[in-house]
Design a binder for this molecule. Structure first.
Ligand code: NI
Length: 254
């Protein structure tokens, strides 16, 4: 019983293979997949995938990379999608100061407006944070009050984890936790309270060991969960059940 809380099955690397990839995930014990949008086109594809596959859910949102493309009508479109039954979150949204594909002020503005959208539509948020820890925390503290959500593919320190937990957010652990050099992330994965922990693949990116370098897919969330369980001295089953229940609680799935 596993749940991949963050995937991009709509990515062109899965074209014409989605049936097989979803079947392999089911065979690996993955009972649910949340497909995150990253721009308007992929958000639309996420909505369609969720309609097509019973165990796939959608999030819609504009990733910070393309924040500069966001126009007013896009917020209305996101709000309309957010009302569809299998659209369970606004995401992925946030800040990315590693690539800086959009100017930082625009990333911040678009992030804040999508937090507003989450509040208006009553949806949780999926936050992308790369090298923007301080600004993300400041914005969420200031503008995100009362909005539930998750820091996806968490990459901060244990100290940052504590700040995120104080804000009521969940922490999602992805494939890099399996890399031998991810000492900081292994620390975080060992210490997140069991009732605040999610697991994900972020596929097709961030493929866990020993498949690093190949395309990632939801079945590999098992490798992430196995490593997190090992770090905590838990059985896979116990970890998987907790993470799956957390995912369902956060996103309102029954
Ligand atoms: Ni992602």
């Amino acid at each position: 019983m596993l749940f991949d809380s963050h995937a991009h099955l709509d990515d062109e690397r899965f074209n014409h293979e989605q049936d097989e990839v979803i079947a392999r995930a089911a065979a690996a014990g993955v009972t649910g997949i949340l497909n995150a949008g990253a721009d308007m086109e992929s958000s639309q594809r996420a909505v369609r995938l969720a309609l097509k596959y019973p165990n796939v859910y959608a999030a819609v949102g504009m990733h910070p990379h393309d924040a500069k493309l966001m126009v007013n009508d896009d917020y209305d479109q996101l709000a309309a999608w957010a009302c569809e039954p299998k659209v369970v979150a606004i995401g992925e949204i946030g800040l990315d100061y590693y690539y800086d594909h959009s100017p930082r002020e625009i990333q911040q503005k678009v992030f804040i407006r999508q937090l507003d959208l989450a509040r208006q539509t009553g949806k949780p948020v999926i936050i992308h944070d790369r090298d923007a820890h301080a600004d993300i925390l400041a914005i969420v503290k200031d503008q995100g009050k009362g909005i539930p959500g998750v820091f996806h593919c968490f990459s901060g320190s244990v100290e940052m984890m504590r700040e995120v937990l104080k804000l009521g957010f969940y922490i999602s652990i992805a494939g890099p936790v399996t890399f031998p050099k991810s000492v900081k992330l292994k620390d975080v994965a060992a210490q997140v309270p069991l009732d605040r922990l999610l697991v994900e693949t972020d596929c097709p990116y961030l493929t866990p060991h020993p498949y690093r370098g190949k395309r990632n897919e939801p079945a590999f969330v098992r490798l992430v969960a196995e490593e997190v369980a090992r770090l905590r001295g838990l059985e896979l089953q116990e970890l998987a059940e907790a993470a799956t229940n957390n995912t369902k609680t956060l996103f309102g799935l029954t």
